[in-house]
Design a binder for this molecule. Structure first.
Ligand SMILES: [Fe+2]
Length: 508
């Protein structure tokens, strides 16, 4: 009996507590979820301004319908001032690029904030002053640069001339820039057309206030059929320091051969739309005493971490140096350097249309490719085709449309097909009609020039295989190529200076 009374009591308590808990968790207003913090975003984590320029942020918020009050702070008011409405102004800087951060914090909850790093360029500074081979690189060189001022003069002189006293001055034609993170900077492109073959030139840019850049130099192509050049790729630069390994490789290649210029097959910067990433090339000064030929890689197409089909105009100053008239894709171009016809293809545009058959970009590139070769008949001894995506990755097809291209390469006798992207080094045997052959094309995929050593190379040389050499993991290194009237020789080196592979292709 006592047991039963206890049971009844327990049941009553249970019912009462359930009712009580229902009453507390279901008030008249319904279920109230925990309150989420209001967050703020400035929309970008990096921005570049020129001294004197202003920028107003348009912050966005989450978990609120009304914009909360913000507290704006600058890490250094002497570099970057900020007003209560979030307008920042870059103060004068004369000593090179300076960086400061801007923080927008929610007034009621300062832990909720968004930060943007702002790089300030001095007003008079010339950026990206570079020289690249013109279509006839023995007589033409393309000089390009950026400057915030709408008037700039290029001065150039043969290196034997004493300073710039007898230099030739060319007025640059400014074009408005379309950089995502920097407005109000002009791009300049000047093609010098009457240069002396096999000569060294010095050049500089002078602004109307008389300020001149440091002197840089380039060399025109000779005509004797003998020269060497460096071939590097996948550097993914973001700061001047990130170029160090590449600089070491270039120096080492320069100790082994007299380099006339440097060819890049893509991924020069980590994200193509970030101005400061390109600026790291200016800061490194590695572009100052050699001309460069760039091919577009996928990283050049990256706008702040996402891949998109971008109008590639913002990097044309670095990539499509020579006049690319007639090309279906703006960043395709060609140039004749001494006895070699270089054909540089954008492999990104066809990649975007990969699912289309026929691929419109590949089709138009092929028409342009044939036109370029036919128009240059009898002007070259070798053909080198360059693109970013790999034709072959070891024995396998890479992402660079090998099956599409090899019939064209066979037809026109392409000697070398240089690609990158996989970061693994790969060299094919001499191939014709996709078969190992006495004569044909050698396909190479470069190591990456960003990192440290080149090692762990696995050599595969078995009958029936396409590849003569490849690495099974990512490797670091670079190459230089020696050209003579008799042959082309590719030398692949590691950061330790050791030559890991070489191949000689006799003249046809
Ligand atoms: Fe890469």
């Amino acid at each position: 009996m006592k047991k039963n009374r206890l049971k009844l009591f327990a049941v009553i308590i249970l019912i009462a507590s359930v009712l009580a808990s229902c009453a507390t968790s279901a008030p008249s207003g319904g279920y109230a979820p925990p309150k989420k913090n209001i967050t703020v975003s400035l929309g970008t984590s990096s921005l570049t301004l020129i001294s004197g320029q202003s920028h107003t942020f348009s912050p966005t918020f989450k978990n609120t319908d009304t914009a909360p009050d913000l507290v704006w702070t600058s890490s250094d008011q002497s570099i970057l001032s900020v007003s209560p409405d979030g307008t920042i102004t870059a103060e004068n800087t004369t000593d090179g690029n300076i960086t400061a951060t801007i923080t927008a914090a929610i007034a009621d909850n300062p832990n909720m904030k968004s930060v943007c790093t702002v790089t300030v360029f001095p007003e008079e500074k010339t950026h990206f002053l570079t020289a690249g081979p013109g279509q006839d690189a023995s007589r033409q060189t393309v000089i390009s640069w950026h400057n915030p001022q709408g008037t700039c003069t290029l001065e150039y002189t043969e290196a034997s001339g004493s300073e710039f006293t007898h230099s030739i001055a060319v007025e640059g034609e400014p074009t408005a820039s379309d950089w995502a993170d920097l407005s109000s900077i002009y791009r300049y492109n000047v093609t010098l057309t009457d240069l002396v073959p096999g000569s060294e030139y010095r050049y500089r840019v002078v602004t109307p206030d008389g300020k001149a850049t440091e002197t840089q130099s380039f060399r025109t192509a000779g005509t004797d059929g003998t020269f060497s050049f460096a071939w590097m790729s996948d550097i993914h630069a973001s700061t001047a320091a990130s170029l160090q390994n590449f600089q070491t490789l270039l120096k080492m290649a320069g100790e082994k051969a007299d380099l006339s210029f440097c060819l890049f097959t893509g991924d020069m910067v980590n994200q193509g739309k970030r101005y400061t990433y390109w600026e790291s090339w200016t800061d490194s000064k590695v572009l100052s005493d050699m001309s460069y030929a760039f091919v577009i890689g996928n990283h050049e197409y990256y706008p702040n971490n996402s891949l998109e089909t971008a109008t590639p105009s913002y990097y044309l100053d670095f990539a499509a140096r020579a006049d690319n008239h007639g090309s279906s894709i703006a960043s395709d171009y060609w140039f004749l350097y001494n006895n070699v016809l270089f054909i540089c293809l954008d492999s990104m545009a066809p990649d975007y249309a990969r699912k289309q058959s026929p691929n419109p970009y590949l089709e138009s590139q092929a028409r342009w490719f044939e036109e370029v070769i036919n128009n240059n008949a009898d002007r070259y001894e070798y053909i080198i085709v360059c693109q970013h995506f790999a034709h072959l990755d070891g024995d396998d097809e890479g992402t660079g449309f090998y099956s599409f291209w090899y019939p064209y390469f066979d037809k026109y006798g392409v000697d070398l097909a240089l690609t990158s992207d996989s970061h693994k080094y790969s060299r094919s045997k001499t191939l014709y009609n996709d078969q190992v052959s006495e004569t044909g094309t050698v396909y190479l995929t470069s190591p990456m020039s960003e990192g440290k050593e080149l090692d762990e190379i696995i050599s595969i040389d078995q009958p029936g295989r396409r590849s003569a050499f490849f690495t099974d993991k990512k490797v670091k290194g670079g190459a230089y190529i020696e050209v003579t009237p008799q042959s082309l020789t590719v030398h692949v080196i590691g950061k330790d200076g050791i030559e890991y592979d070489s191949v000689t292709i006799p003249a046809k």
